[in-house]
Design a binder for this molecule. Structure first.
Ligand code: GUN
Length: 293
């Protein structure tokens, strides 16, 4: 079997075009420009790349973008003070503090400081509750929202499907499981993780596998039921001397192995990644609308 490659780049371009059209209309009709503030603390190279991409995408779609870079020594109180200023800034509708922050900062405390109405990451407890309650006024975390959109765009049937989510993070695993089990999706969901007994056997039950563990090439062909759909959330840097950068990106799924067994798969890069940023733009538009209604 040759798997269909789920082209996240192309599907994300559709979402960005939709958002750009709505942004133009909001500007023309109400004079409102959705604004996103992205805060980066420290020098993590991957985070720098993501923050740069978010900033660029805002500009491309006509959103106002404010990029705030703070030194690694920034204290938690200083960071929370920056968040509070952004909470009070009427030109900013969405606030994102890039994860992970340096170790001396309690990320949970920073997230709780963000006005939930501006929490476009969907990490604040109020938005986590709204996700569980299936309340559409909440913000859905961008990566799992992007995965759901990819499944829909690729025509994958979730109703009654067995889905296995590998990973239980607050950023991806848990919200992904909530979205899959929600009444507009109706999958039967298992959340597996590093302590799960016999992960390959759990995975083999799945019609839909979502891998979000951060372990390069972990999921192998013999974990996959023939014809399953595989969504690879991992973006891992592995050393590669043949590359100018010295590394290459690979997912949590051993793509070359698994592609022969599944019916559809997302590539890394070019799968979930572009969709995540597109959904962030969509969330920022939603925030601007809800705050100015
Ligand atoms: N780091 C990796 N993914 C994310 C994300 O979706 N939001 C934030 N704030 N940081 C991240």
């Amino acid at each position: 079997m040759t798997a269909k490659v789920i082209d996240g780049k192309a599907f994300a371009a559709n979402v960005r075009a939709e958002v750009a059209a709505h942004v133009a209309r909001l500007k023309a009709e109400k004079g409102i420009t959705p604004g996103l503030a992205v805060v980066l603390v420290g020098e993590d190279p991957a985070s720098k790349v993501y923050v740069g991409a978010k900033d660029r995408t805002c500009q491309e779609l006509g959103l106002h973008s404010k990029k705030i870079t703070l030194p690694a020594e920034t204290t938690q109180d200083e960071l929370i003070a920056v968040v509070q200023q952004l909470n009070a800034d009427a030109s900013i509708h969405g606030i994102l503090v890039q994860s992970p922050p340096p170790k001396h900062i309690d990320e949970e405390a920073v997230i709780r400081a963000i006005d939930p109405r501006k929490d476009v990451d969907g990490f604040h407890p109020e938005n986590v509750a709204k996700l569980v309650l299936e309340d559409p006024s909440g913000f859905v975390p961008c990566t799992p929202a992007g995965c759901m959109r990819l499944l829909a765009a690729a025509g994958v049937e979730t109703n009654g499907a067995e889905a296995v989510v590998i990973g239980r993070s607050m950023i991806v695993g848990k919200p992904m499981a909530m979205l899959l089990v929600a009444k507009n999706s109706n999958a039967t969901v298992t959340i597996a993780h590093s302590r799960s007994k016999d992960l390959p056997a759990i995975c083999r039950r799945a019609d839909i596998v979502v891998a979000a563990v951060g372990r390069p090439d972990m999921v192998k062909a013999d974990w996959i039921k023939p014809g399953a759909v595989v969504i690879d959330v991992g973006i891992n840097r592995v050393d590669d001397a043949t590359k100018k950068s010295g590394y290459r990106l690979t997912g949590d799924v051993d793509y070359a192995d698994v592609a022969g067994k599944c019916s559809a798969i997302t590539p890394v890069p070019g799968g979930v990644g572009p969709m995540t940023i597109a959904m962030l733009m969509k969330n920022t538009l939603q925030a601007a609308r809800q705050l100015t209604e």
